[in-house]
Ligand binder design. Structure first.
Ligand code: SF4
Length: 241
């Protein structure tokens, strides 16, 4: 019987060796995320702490690395953590069935689009774990703040998440396409376009799929959005760069 979520992998984080795990959800009940639309969501979480505790106490290095957006740094991460605690609790109860060959076949058959790293940096999990899933789904979007230090094979599947033009240039020179968060109304570079969902909120990542790693397509820019205090934390952070 088809389940909504599966445990894909458990092991030592490639970022700091702490125990982490990867769960995929959304096989039965689509996500309510209006930006992504119906994409399989992927969650990379610490094994020993609820997501809220890990974020509040800075125990999230194994899944977020040194991402500047996390709570213990600028506290501007747009991900709502409380619902993710439910995924954590379900994992600790052992309620997720193991993801295996049948589920890979299902991804191949239905061509579900997948969001690589709905929370947590995908590169914390070995590339070899992800690649069969990505190849089976054939349509994905994904982002990493760890682009400068991760396994560089990732550039074919992920966008480098960057905050400044200087960072974007460095990543692009290394062969990455970039996804840059800007302050509202900031100018774009000539090799950048606005996120299509921002242009037209009927467009969702599932159909758009532009954020899928290296290609000749333009780099993507998105104005910071979300709760007012997070936006102002982000603007403060950018002004200090
Ligand atoms: S550009 Fe397309 S794929 Fe990328 S975030 Fe925007 S809607 Fe999603």
């Amino acid at each position: 019987m088809l389940e909504n979520g599966y445990i894909v992998w458990e092991g030592a984080s490639l970022l700091d060796n702490s125990p982490i795990f990867l769960v995929l959800t959304g096989f039965v009940f689509p996500t309510s995320n209006r930006r992504t639309g119906r994409q399989i969501q992927s969650w990379i979480l610490q094994q020993e702490f609820t997501p809220t505790k890990a974020a509040k106490q800075g125990l999230d290095h194994g899944i977020c690395g040194d991402c500047c957006l996390k709570m213990s740094q600028t506290n501007t991460c747009y991900v709502r953590l409380l619902p993710i605690n439910n995924i954590y609790h379900k994992y600790t109860r052992g309620s997720y069935p193991k993801f295996g060959a049948n589920e890979i076949a299902m991804l191949e058959r239905y061509r579900y689009s997948i969001r690589i790293g709905s929370y947590g940096d995908p590169t914390a999990v070995p590339f070899e774990v992800w690649e069969p899933i990505i190849l089976a789904s054939k349509k994905w979007t994904g982002f990493s703040h760890q682009w400068s230090q991760c396994d560089q094979r990732w550039k074919k599947y992920l966008m480098a998440s960057v905050q400044t033009q200087a960072e974007a240039r460095i990543a692009q020179n290394k062969g990455w396409r970039t996804f840059r968060i800007i302050v509202p109304n900031a100018p774009l570079n000539e090799n950048e376009i606005l996120c299509r969902h921002t242009e037209d909120d009927r467009m969702q990542c599932r159909e758009c799929g532009l954020c899928h790693g290296a290609s000749s397509k333009p780099n993507i820019v998105d104005p910071v959005h979300g709760l007012n205090w997070k936006v102002s934390n982000f603007i403060k952070y950018l002004n200090q760069q």
